[in-house]
Design a binder for this molecule. Structure first.
Ligand code: HEM
Length: 456
C-alpha cells in the first residue's frame, strides 16, 4: 500500500477558479450583457457549466447545470440570499419587503401566513371566477378585429388575482395599471437590470418618473386595503388573513407591511401568468398542428360548456401546451442569489458576496436534456420523459423553499383561461410584425403581440 503513487484525480486537477469572459477593465461584462442579454447568457455557456465574470466591481457566476441549480435553490438554500439586484432601491420601491424579496424570519412568517390562501382546496374555489372573468373579457370581442393579446391577458389576470385574493374589483383601474406597469418595467429591461446592482440612488429623470408611476399603483393598493379595513368583514381571503394576522407580541402588520404584501401578489400574481398566456397564444398561432389538437381536446372534453375545476383533468394536452410554453418562453427567465458564506459549486470555489444567476431561458433549451430544444413540442411531456428529466433542467417556478407560492394557482388559471377563450376564438398573428423579446423583470414581448380574432 505504501508504494501506491498518489495520482491526482480529475477533481484535484480542476482549476479552482471558474473560467469566464473577462470583459473590460472598468465595466467587466456589463456592456456585453446590456447590448444583447439573451445572446450573452447563451454564449457564456461555452465556458462550461459554472462561469465566472465581473459586473463592475461585483463578481458573478452563471450556473447552467441542473445539479448546481438544485444545490443553490434547494439543497444548500440556507447559504444564499436573493441577489443584490432584487434588493435595489428600485425593486424595494416596488414590492418593498414583501414575500418575494424578504429574508430570514420575516420571510418565514409571511410565507406561513400566506400559505393557506394558496392551498389546493382553496384555490379550487377560485376556478369559477377564473372562467367567468375570462368569459366576460371576451364578451365584446369580434371576429376580424385586431387586438394586442398581451395587453388583454395582462388585464384579465390582474382582475382575476385581485378578485380571488383580495375580493376587490379593479376592472376600472386595469387599463391604467397596465399602462403604468409597462412603463415601470422598462428600467428593469436589459440595459438596466444588473446595473441596479450599483444601488443607483441618483434622482434621475427615470427615477422620478418611476417613483411617480409606483405611487399611482400604491394609491390603488391602499384603496383596496382601506376599503377592507372600513368594512371590517372577514372575507376569508388572503387580504383578510393578512389583516387579521398578529405577531407573537400581538402586533399587527402595519399599513406599509400590508402594502408590500398586497403589491407583491398584485405584481407577482398577474404579470407572469399573463405572459405565459400571451406566449401560448403566440405559439399556437405559429403551430397549427398543435392548435388543431388543442381545439379537438376542448371540443371533446367540454363541448360548449364553461370549464370547471372538475373537467380540467380531461385537458391533458392543454396542460402539455402550457408546460412546453413555460419551457420555451419562461416568464421568469432567470433566478438570482447572493452567496452568504464561501462555498464550492460544481467543483469551483465561490466566495461570499458573489452573485449567482441561473437561467431558465438557457437550461430549459439545453440539448443535453431536451431533443430538438427550440421546437414547440407539447408531445414531449410524456410521463417517461418527466421521470427521466433532471429535476432542475426545468424550473419555471423556481424550487426549494422560495418556490413560487402561486404555481398551482397559475397552472389552474392558465388552463381555465385557455379553455374558455379557446372554445370561442382562435388568433392569427398580424402579418409583418416582429415579436421581439424584452428581458425586463420578466420575459415580455417588447411591443405586445398583435393578433387577428377569428371565430372557431
Ligand atoms: C406562470 C406563472 C408564474 C411563474 C412563471 C412564476 C414564477 C416564479 C418564480 C420562478 C419564483 C421564484 C423566484 C426565486 O426563487 O427567486 C416565484 C416566486 C413567487 N411567486 Fe410566482 N410565478 C407565477 C405565478 C404566480 C402567481 C399566480 C402568484 C400569486 C398569486 C405568484 C406569487 C409568487 C410569490 C409571492 C413568490 C415569492 C415566494 C417566496 O419567496 O416565498 N406567482 N414565482
Amino acid at each position: 500500500m505504501n508504494n501506491v503513487v498518489d495520482i491526482p484525480t480529475a477533481k484535484t486537477e480542476r482549476p479552482r477558479i471558474a473560467p469566464g469572459p473577462k470583459g473590460s477593465l472598468l465595466m467587466g461584462v456589463m456592456s456585453d450583457f446590456t447590448r444583447d442579454t439573451f445572446g450573452f447568457i447563451e454564449r457564456c455557456r461555452d465556458y462550461g457549466d459554472v462561469v465566472r465574470m465581473r459586473f463592475l466591481y461585483m463578481t458573478a457566476y452563471f450556473l447552467y447545470h441542473p445539479n448546481d441549480i438544485e444545490y443553490v435553490v434547494s439543497t444548500n438554500a440556507k447559504n444564499f440570499l436573493k441577489s443584490r439586484n432584487q434588493r435595489s432601491p428600485l425593486f424595494q420601491r416596488l414590492v418593498g419587503n414583501g414575500l418575494l424579496t424578504s429574508e430570514g424570519e420575516v420571510w418565514k412568517r409571511q410565507r406561513r401566513l400566506s400559505q393557506p390562501a394558496f392551498h389546493r382546496q382553496r384555490i379550487n374555489a377560485y376556478a369559477a371566477t377564473m372562467a367567468e372573468y375570462s368569459q366576460r373579457a371576451i364578451s365584446n370581442w369580434n371576429p376580424g378585429e385586431e387586438r394586442d393579446i398581451h395587453r388583454d391577458m395582462m388585464r384579465l389576470t390582474l382582475e382575476i388575482v385581485v378578485k380571488t385574493l383580495f375580493n376587490a374589483d379593479v376592472s376600472e383601474d386595469a387599463e391604467k395599471v397596465g399602462n403604468v406597469l409597462a412603463r415601470i418595467v422598462t428600467p428593469f429591461a436589459s440595459q438596466a437590470s444588473l446595473k441596479w446592482i450599483m444601488d443607483n440612488r441618483l434622482p434621475t429623470l427615470t427615477h422620478r418618473r418611476f417613483n411617480r408611476d409606483a405611487s399611482e399603483i400604491d394609491a390603488i393598493v391602499y384603496r383596496i386595503i382601506e376599503a377592507r379595513r372600513r368594512s371590517g368583514e372577514d372575507e376569508g381571503d388572503l387580504l383578510s388573513m393578512l389583516l387579521a394576522a398578529t405577531d407573537e407580541d400581538g402586533s399587527r402588520l402595519n399599513n406599509r407591511q400590508l402594502r408590500d404584501e398586497v403589491m407583491t401578489i398584485f405584481l407577482a400574481g398577474h404579470e407572469t401568468t399573463a405572459l405565459t398566456l400571451s406566449w401560448i397564444w403566440y405559439l399556437l398561432a405559429l403551430n397549427p398542428e398543435v392548435e388543431k389538437k388543442f381545439h379537438a381536446e376542448l371540443d371533446e372534453a367540454l363541448g360548449r360548456k364553461l370549464p370547471t375545476i372538475d373537467n380540467l383533468a380531461r385537458l391533458p394536452y392543454t396542460e402539455k401546451i402550457a408546460k412546453e410554453s413555460l419551457r420555451l418562453y419562461p416568464p421568469a427567465y432567470a433566478l438570482g442569489r447572493e452567496v452568504v458564506k464561501d462555498c464550492e459549486i460544481g467543483g469551483f470555489r465561490v466566495a461570499a458576496g458573489a452573485q449567482v444567476f441561473m437561467f431558465q431561458w438557457v437550461t430549459q433549451r439545453d440539448p443535453r436534456f431536451f431533443d430538438e430544444p427550440d421546437r414547440f413540442l407539447p408531445e414531449r411531456w410524456t410521463p417517461d420523459f418527466v421521470n427521466n428529466l433532471p429535476k432542475y433542467a426545468y424550473f419555471p417556478f423556481g424550487g426549494g423553499p422560495r418556490v413560487c407560492i402561486g404555481n398551482y394557482f397559475a397552472m389552474m388559471e392558465i388552463l381555465l383561461v385557455l379553455a374558455t377563450i379557446g372554445q370561442r376564438f382562435r388568433f392569427s398573428l398580424v402579418p409583418d410584425q416582429e415579436v421581439k423579446l424584452m428581458p425586463a423583470m420578466s420575459l415580455r414581448p417588447a411591443e405586445g403581440i398583435r393578433v387577428l380574432v377569428e371565430n372557431r
